[in-house]
Write a protein that binds this ligand. Structure first.
Ligand SMILES: [Fe+2]
Length: 296
């Protein structure tokens, strides 16, 4: 009888406090192997610490769009002119040379086989770190399950609550979000795959971590000398202020629309296709309105 347990961890976003709690829980579960689905680094500033943990326990690691942005910045493909990029720039500057080279080696999808069960892992979608597959996207789900040369497709990226479905006889699973899940206060999501006698069973797990400990790490690390706004917005997402975080972006977006008549450049490339740019004055103006609920 073969029994393999695999922990699938998506979207840590530089939060080693959450990651350590997941690993403790996974050890209790007697997990044999770990698969990481990208967005290991950013938006929290502990990219090196996160990568050291990840590298020490697994070779099954994918890149996400966050790694892709850092790689493209390193290739000098794009400038990051706005204040909203200061957080990402900080991470780029902090990342060790070795870790920067490491993220360049990561694939965006990967097939694995466990006791005859073949799984395709991806960050966003098999051919893209940016495509988002939400549970209501029935056309996309139909397309990816129809094309799938495996028994299951498992991905992350959207930060939706973990979900699974069977479509076209294929299992499709979103592994949720480990480091910045907006659905829990200090809750880290991950998935345990239990493969027993050639049969795959999926278990959704949520473990708690110490949000205050994470905030203290942020205060101590030096990021706040470079960026406070995005750091605060990221914290709002995990400390129960997800709605306010959403209001920030909604207001900044409507101010941009008022000013330009449209929201972003249609011909934007690379990172800017997905990462919409806010003018600095609007970004800071809206931030000032939210300062009472900001942590820093
Ligand atoms: Fe992502």
């Amino acid at each position: 009888m073969i029994n393999i347990k695999v922990a699938v961890i998506a979207d840590i976003h530089g939060n080693p406090v959450a990651l350590r709690e997941i690993l403790k829980d996974a050890q209790k579960e007697n997990v044999d192997e770990y698969v990481f689905l990208g967005d290991l680094v950013n938006d929290f500033p502990f990219g090196n610490e996160t990568l050291e943990i990840v590298k020490s326990i697994s070779n099954d690691v994918l890149k996400g769009n966050k790694e892709q942005y850092l790689i493209e910045y390193d290739d000098a493909k794009y400038e990051w002119p706005n204040i909203q990029f200061k957080n990402t720039k900080y991470m780029y500057n902090e990342l060790s040379k070795e870790n920067l080279e490491y993220i360049k080696t990561l694939p965006m999808s990967m097939y694995k086989e466990y006791d005859g069960v073949r799984i395709l892992f991806a960050h966003g979608a098999p051919e893209s770190v940016e495509v988002q597959i939400h549970p209501e996207d029935s056309d996309l789900i139909d397309k990816y399950t129809r094309e799938l040369d495996a028994d299951a497709l498992i991905f992350g990226h959207t930060h939706d609550k973990m979900w699974k479905d069977v479509v076209n006889n294929k299992l499709i699973v979103n592994a949720g979000c480990a480091g910045v899940s907006p659905y829990y206060i200090g809750g880290a999501e991950y998935v345990v795959l239990n493969i027993e006698n050639g049969k795959l069973d999926v278990e959704f797990k949520v473990v708690n971590y110490d949000v205050e400990a994470l905030k203290n790490k942020i205060r101590e690390c030096g990021i706040l000398e470079h960026d406070t706004v995005l750091m605060n917005l990221t914290v709002l997402g995990i400390d129960g202020h997800g709605k306010e975080r959403y209001s920030f972006f909604r207001e900044a977006k409507s101010r941009m629309l008022e000013r330009n008549g449209k929201w972003y450049q249609d011909d934007a490339e690379g990172i800017f296709k997905y990462f919409k740019l806010f003018d600095d004055d609007i970004w800071l103006d809206v931030a000032a309105k939210f300062k009472d609920i900001f942590s820093f």
